[in-house]
Design a protein around this ligand. Sequence first.
Ligand code: NAD
Length: 435
Amino acid sequence: MNIAIIGTGYVGLVSGTCFAESGNEVVCVDINRERIEQLKAGKIPIYEPGLEELVRRNVKEGRLRFSTDTAQAVSQSMVSFVAAGTPMGKSGGADLSCVFSAAEEIARAAVGYHVIVIKSTVPVGTNDRIREAISRHANHRIDLCSCPEFLKEGDAIEDFMRPDRVIIGSASEQATAILRELHAPFVRTDNPILIMDPRSAELSKYACNEMLAMRVSFVNDIANLCEVVGAEINDVRRALGSDRRIGSQYLFPGVGYGGSCFPKDVQALIHTARENRLDFALLEAAEKVNARQKRLLIERVKVHFGGDLRGRTFAVWGLAFKPRTDDMREAASIVAIEELLAAGAQVRVHDPEALDNARRIFGDRVSYHTINYETVAGADALLIMTEWNEFRHPNFQRVRAALKNPVIFDGRNLYDPALMKALDFRYYSIGRRPV
Ligand SMILES: NC(=O)c1ccc[n+]([C@@H]2O[C@H](COP(=O)([O-])OP(=O)(O)OC[C@H]3O[C@@H](n4cnc5c(N)ncnc54)[C@H](O)[C@@H]3O)[C@@H](O)[C@H]2O)c1
């Protein structure tokens, strides 16, 4: 099948590449010329494990192309996926301007029957609003569907190739049949394709993300409680996770959820609830807990150093909102580093993949290091913000020797408190009993 993907970010590039990998002919379009030029030159603008190799192969075999020309890509396709960003707008609701303009452009460019599939995360009712908007531009019959994406950055290819389920929100049998056929190669192990109306599909995406965000906030609050009552979060977490009704995922305490999805999607659903005069107290609480959790480590830093951080230097390991991605959108590291800078401290940062994105955020206000041990040289303490594998077993002697004070603030519970004590570190983590 010939497919156009409009928006070539984390979702668009992965989706387009995976559709090409299953034999389709795909054109990935973006309004960002630089991004498309990079891709044409064989450079992958984001870090996602396994993506580079897959892009290269599909480009080489002629199934995957990149373009800035939406009209041309659409005119050569029967299905267009919209994977444009839906960032948080000023009111807290999703900013849908990119999705609307992409859909309108597709409708204008279609040269026959066409299926527009909204893959971006959009509030309930958006499909209906888009349908109305494009009816003014379309010269041919257009079916509009919702097919929300559930991939996780860091595991995006595996998630796309083997999704837990595919959701198709469609009111057209013809479009449903086309989307079923397109997704069939990815559900060969009988994971379900769930067909529903577009509104339910739109809400399903938010419901899943919000459930996970609430779990993270819940376990963070349990961890905070552990600290004050003298319990151990790892034991409580295992007890929770081994209950089959609950399961073990998204129950790791830390410095709060970040990324391009949970924060904005939580806000967007709260906004939708408010617009419909519904008080979504549970979600508002999850968001409040998360905002507090993002500041937790710095509060500990301040208490440890007597409140005054002027003239102190801090090493930060991990900037991405989670491991295996370079994405720093809404990362807890941003909150922590901004607070350290505002308190008059100097900051030395390292991340295996996110340094380029960090430069765009912090400019020359922090120093950047490609080797993690370089950050700790002469620093007053080490802060761990992302649980990259390479931070799990560092050379502690080397870290200790380089630090001015042997203090670690671990926002991801990477180390054993007993070992830290034996190595003579002052070690702070989340929800654990001090040794
Ligand atoms: N990132 C994730 O892990 C993830 C997972 C599931 C769903 N989503 C949802 O998918 C959508 C896209 O997310 P993302 O992280 O890939 O965003 P992104 O910001 O990485 O990429 C969006 C791309 O769309 C392009 N774009 C915007 N308007 C366009 C237009 N009119 N024509 C062509 N290109 C256009 C932008 O230039 C950008 O490159 C969002 O709604 C997001 O909530 C994201």
